[in-house]
Design a protein around this ligand. Sequence first.
Ligand code: NAD
Ligand code: TYD
Length: 332
Amino acid sequence: MNVLVTGGAGFIGSAYVRHRLRTHPEFKVRVLDKLTYAGRRENLRSLPEERLELVVADVADRDAVRAALEGCDAIVNFAAETHVDRSIEAPGEFIETDVFGTFILLEAARDAGVRHLQISTDEVYGSIEDGSFDESSRLDPSSPYSASKAGADLLVGAFRRTYDTDALIARASNNYGPRQYPEKLIPLCVLNALAGDPLPVYGDGMQVRNWLWVDDFAAAIDTVLEYGDAGEVYNVGGPDELPNIEVVKRILELTGRDESLIEHVTDRLGHDRRYSLSAAKTEALGWRAAVGFDGGIERTVEWYRENEWWWKPIRSGEYREHYEQRYGSALG
Ligand code: NAD
Ligand code: TYD
């Protein structure tokens, strides 16, 4: 299959493109990406140019999407506004890209008769105190971000039932690894720790996230793309659950900093307390997570340490302003 990867210049999308090109040397990848603050050409650097094409366009642009789909056998849709805190400040773009953009892609997939794999999130289920969500759990999103992702997921189901579109969903827990934009907890804390800046922990820091190594998710996506059934949802939960405060302490250890850098700050509005996802259904297709949190966080810190060229320009640009506005303090 030649694949159209929308949002392929972002964190997970670019990891998937890398995985796909490496594991399918006979096929091509076309990326369609608007290159928002989170999408970067650099994320697609050092990949085989003859098999990779980047189209800079909006997923909500019907003509651009249809043109980009020519010659492709499937769409894998990562394109989204993805940061919960930004969705609380300004939800509009989340609806435009995550919901309307998905609708445009589904229409194009339906008309071209190709498979549409929607990349979704555990956040559509809301928070869970004990146990883990499975695919039959009720959708109960808390933030404008997760509500827009849930809206897109419902459209996928509707296209399958109404038009028999070959559409399905992979829902992942929190990803981490190289090339994640530093607005998210792990890269934010790694870069702050390296710079000696405070690490902002929301509330008591006892919120639990279910961490998934990004390349493990990339492999799961290909498994679902190839073996998943149309109309089905596949949850891809990571192997480890940790409270945020433990994640932050691990980063401090790995960067040789002490806990005096931890700063408890005002909690996020509507903050989900715990996410946990059962991966049993995806595992039944033959996928297994290969990297646990201990190894993955070491590799992540190492990657940021060795790739200043990647994050230096980010930390001095749009992100710097975002940080000052959000946290009320300047980056060092
Ligand atoms: P990201 O913010 O790093 O990347 C998003 C990409 O989408 C960027 O390249 C951006 O330029 C592109 N994009 C945004 N709006 C667009 C538009 N209108 N048209 C075309 N391209 C557009 O996000 P990510 O963390 O890589 O997440 C990718 C997908 O995975 C998202 O759909 C997200 O909801 C989902 N997801 C993420 C996580 C996580 O932990 N990061 C977990 C589960 C699911
Ligand atoms: P985040 O990386 O934004 O992912 P998500 O909200 O999609 O889970 O946040 C992960 C967790 O870390 C979440 O519970 C919020 C918390 N958090 C902080 O404590 N401080 C921060 O500065 C950020 C960005 C997140």
